[in-house]
Design a protein around this ligand. Structure first.
Ligand code: ADP
Ligand code: MG
Length: 883
């Protein structure tokens, strides 16, 4: 593949145009036959053939398409390529190669167009394109994309001879805009560097290296075809990659330094510039002449372009010339350079490699996949192993269980076997015995046969006996037959016996197992039965106990019922007697005045008053009384203080009668009647007055407010005084009744006791009169009942006030001696006293427990019985005493 060389002539610049008709040109183009005529002088010229001739009007686009495009396409296919501009300064090398065309895209040079072409021809997803932009000046490589990098070394692969600059920046291209930015940066850096070094761009070589990497497989899918002459030594499924390089080189001016007006520059610099360029010329010459030695190593430029000339790259060269005859020699040398370059032949080679990176990645992925698969398998194996081990263990335990069970079964079977063997032995013995007996029978038969023979013999001897013998024989034969049959039967019987024996054996074993089972069952049932019997017996016992308890309760209730009935009868008779009394009184009432009868009824009814009959002796007296009443209560009360005893007595009697009525009581007290009565009680020595006064006070003492007045005015003391003085039972009855009424108010208990009321009450017992004793009993019952109530309500504490005055011993001595109503009052008084725990000790000492027990059982009154029981049951001291 020969190096392609095109020639481009720059249009006249302003200076040249200014010369007008005087402008002298030394070149004549013949583009149609791709020839250039270079005038030596006015008469002589020389003609040079090129691959392409571009006139001054040639467009940048055409230059690209003819010069660069084939090389770029070749690079896209995987070959290296070089496009280079060579020529005198100012002839348009940079214009041709590096023009950016920022303002006018049609002016874009080869670099921009090549990259545009490459970007549009490949996919950046699978392929990549990167650039390095370098400047070679004074044999030093500088990075135009990273200007701090200078003197970048050129490295050659000793095996492949591939040249690389690993120190240079390689920038991956994203898009065309990025390309323009990078080229602009490069241009700016080139200009800055040259300004710093006080030189011009024409003194340095600019080299753009475009690195292409393409995945071959993708290529195959697209339209790119791989040349068939390429040897594929790699296995088909290895990832292959095409790594090609395109060099676009803008060389320094090829003119001689002195001519270009660079006299001021150091000779050293010129020497270096010439070194690279002249070295390139030498190499081209050598290559053109097929010389054996190509001095590529003489300069950095030739080292970098080693692949471009005489290497494996496809190379295109543009030689640029100016039209002016003034630069004839430079133009001539440029044309000659181009002519020589055209003789250089390259051997292009596909830059194909195994994509080890992808291969490595693929292998790595595969290894990862295999590793994870292996781990998964290992886990699976492990799990399976665990499961198997578990199953093995289970099987082992199952086997052990089986072994145990079977050993037990074997043992049982062995035992059974022994038993059967024993039974068989016995049966065999029996059989043998029978056979022995059979043998004896056989022997007998033999014996009979022999005797038969003998007989036959005898038959011969004696014909006469023949007949007999014959008969005998028949008989024997018959017998023998019978014996034989018997034997046969015996045998068959023995056989059937054997069968029967087997059946029996079977039945025996069955029976044994069932017997065992039934035995267990029986044992279980027995146990259950005994349990049930026990429970039943205990239940029977408890029921019996309950029944006896119920019977005794029934008896108790029956007794109570009887006593209640008796009481009811008592009550009924009492009621009858009361009714008779009422009737009698009613009858007498009709004889007396209406007011008095009312008073009587009230007193009888109330039961706590004392009546007025004591004061009503004669109808004449009553008349006087009525007369005095008619004179008014104040007058009657005034008569209480009369000098005349008779008058006084009558007045007291009237007041006493009036005091029996509730409505009169208030008036009597209001009018100072109570005070008058009390003073009479204190001053009078007359028994009748005493009796009537005490009766009046007793009636007044039924009222609570009057009780306060009586007590506060020393009534109790006066009553006690009368009781001690008198021996008249009726007076005593009145006094006792008054005190008994006062006993019914717990408020005055203490005062009553202090004033000698209780002592007086007990003292009147001496009279022995039933009515007096009834009032005493009523008073004590009232007192004890009220006291007990106050104590039970918690308003009071301590021993009963009655005890100090000897009430308890009085009760003990007299409780059973009186008629029922009095007795009942005494019992109630005692039972109320027994409710107070503080009295317990005194009750016990005086022998009260016995009395309580008696009351609880014998008393005719329910309330007394109940109170006695309650005291006995609730008081621990009593309970202890009873025990
Ligand atoms: P060199 O790089 O060879 O020293 P340049 O590319 O710098 O030369 O060109 C020198 C001048 O000539 C620049 O101003 C450039 O624009 C102009 N020039 C070169 N070739 C052409 C062309 N073909 N058409 C128009 N102008 C050109
Ligand atoms: Mg230039």
């Amino acid at each position: 593949c020969r190096v392609r060389v095109a020639l481009r002539i720059r249009p006249k610049n302003t200076d040249e145009l200014a010369q007008g008709a005087d402008f002298d040109t030394c070149v004549e183009l013949q583009p149609e036959c791709k020839k250039l005529k270079l005038k030596k002088n006015n008469w002589a010229s020389e003609s040079y053939q090129f691959d392409e001739i571009f006139g001054e009007n040639s467009s940048q686009k055409r230059i690209y398409e003819v010069v660069a495009k084939p090389v770029v396409e070749s690079v896209l296919e995987g070959y290296n390529g070089t496009v280079m501009a060579y020529g005198q300064t100012g002839t348009g090398k940079t214009y041709t190669v590096g023009q950016l065309g920022k303002e006018d895209p049609s002016e874009r040079g080869i670099m921009v167009r090549a990259l545009e072409h490459i970007l549009s021809s490949m996919s950046l997803e699978t392929d990549s394109v990167a650039v390095s932009y370098l400047q070679l000046y004074l044999e030093s490589v500088q990075d135009l994309l990273a200007p701090e990098k200078t003197n970048i070394p050129i490295v050659e692969d000793p095996k492949t001879g591939e040249v690389s600059l690993p120190g240079a920046a390689i920038v991956e291209i994203k898009d065309l805009e990025h390309v323009c930015q990078l080229l602009q940066i490069g241009e700016t850096n080139r200009h800055a560097a040259n300004t710093k070094m006080n030189t011009e761009s024409s003194r340095s070589h600019a080299i753009l290296i475009i690195h292409l990497q393409r995945s071959l497989k993708i290529k195959e899918e697209t339209t790119v075809s791989i040349p068939s002459d390429t040897e594929h030594t790699l296995p088909g499924d290895l990832p292959l990659v095409l790594k090609s390089k395109l060099l676009i080189v803008d060389l320094a001016g090829s003119e001689r330094i002195d001519k270009s007006g660079s006299e001021g520059h150091m000779i050293e610099e010129a020497k270096f510039i010439n070194l690279s360029l002249s070295s390139l010329g030498k190499c081209i010459n050598a290559l053109a002449e097929n010389s054996s030695h190509i001095p590529t190593r003489d300069s950095k430029l030739t080292r970098m372009l080693r692949d471009s000339f005489g290497g494996t790259a496809r190379t295109s060269l543009v030689v640029t010339i100016g039209p002016s005859a003034r630069h004839h020699s430079e133009t001539s040398s440029t044309v000659l350079f181009g002519q020589r370059a055209m003789k250089v032949v390259n051997t292009i080679r596909l830059k194909e490699e195994v994509d080890y990176e992808t291969l490595y990645k693929n292998v790595e992925n595969e290894v990862d996949h295999l590793t994870s698969e292996m781990e998964r398998q290992q886990k699976l194996r492990h799990r399976e192993k665990m499961q198997l081990e578990k199953r093995l263990k289970e099987s082992e335990t199952f086997l052990n269980d089986l072994k145990m069970i079977s050993s037990v079964q074997i043992e049982n079977l062995e035992k059974e076997k022994h038993q059967f063997e024993y039974a068989v032995k016995r049966l065999m013995q029996e059989l043998e015995e029978k056979e022995g007996r059979n043998n004896v029978l056989s022997e007998k038969i033999v014996h009979l046969e022999t005797s038969l023979n003998e007989k036959k013999q005898q038959q011969l001897e004696s014909f006469s006996t023949t007949q007999i013998l014959a008969e005998t024989t028949k008989t024997y034969e018959k017998k023998m037959g019978e014996l034989l049959r018997e034997l046969e039967e015996e045998r068959s019987r023995s056989a059937s016996m054997k069968g029967h024996f087997n059946v029996l054996e079977q039945q025996l074993s069955d029976a044994r197992s069932s017997a065992q089972f039934q035995e267990n069952m029986a044992r279980e049932l027995k146990r259950e039965l005994s349990k049930i019997t026990q429970t039943f017996t205990s239940q029977v016992h408890s029921l019996e106990e309950k029944i006896s308890q119920l019977v005794s309760e029934k008896e108790l209730i029956y007794g109570e019922l009887k006593s209640t009935q008796a009481k009811v009868q008592d009550e009924a008779s009492h009621r009858q007697s009361l009714e008779a009394e009422v009737l009698r009184l009613k009858r007498s009432k009709t004889d007396n005045c209406v007011e008095e009868s009312k008073t009587l009824c009230g007193m009888v009814r109330s039961g706590s008053g004392l009546g007025s009959e004591a004061f009503m002796h004669k109808s004449g007296n009553l008349k006087e009384t009525l007369a005095s009443q008619r004179v008014g209560l104040p007058n009657v009360l005034a008569l209480l203080k009369s000098e005349e005893l008779e008058v006084q007595i009558h007045a007291v009697k009237v007041v006493a009668n009036l005091a029996a009525e509730d409505i009169n009581q208030e008036k009597i007290v209001e009018e100072g009647g109570l005070d008058a009565l009390l003073s009479l009680l204190e001053t009078s020595e007359n028994t009748t007055i005493h009796r009537a006064t005490a009766g009046a006070i007793a009636n007044l003492a039924m009222n609570v407010s009057n009780q306060a007045l009586i007590m506060n005015k020393g009534g109790a003391r006066l009553l006690a005084n009368i009781a001690s003085k008198t021996d008249d039972p009726q007076t005593m009855r009145m006094v006792a009744g008054a005190i008994a009424n006062l006993c019914g108010n717990e408020k005055w208990h203490a005062m009553l006791k202090q004033d000698g009321g209780i002592k007086a009450l007990l003292g009147m017992f001496q009279t022995g009169h039933t009515d007096v004793i009834a009032q005493i009993a009523r008073g004590l019952a009232n007192f004890a009942k009220c006291e007990s109530r106050v104590i039970s309500q918690g308003h009071k504490k301590g021993r009963s006030l009655l005890i100090e005055d000897g009430v308890l011993s009085w009760i003990m001595a007299n409780s059973t001696m009186f008629p029922p109503s009095t007795r009942r009052h005494i019992e109630l008084a005692f039972c109320h006293l027994a409710q107070n725990v503080e009295n317990s000790r005194d009750i016990i000492i005086t022998g009260g427990i016995k009395e309580l027990l008696r009351i609880s059982k014998e008393s005719s009154r329910d309330d007394a019985r109940n109170l006695a029981k309650k005291a006995l049951n609730s008081n621990p001291a009593f309970l202890k005493e009873i025990q």
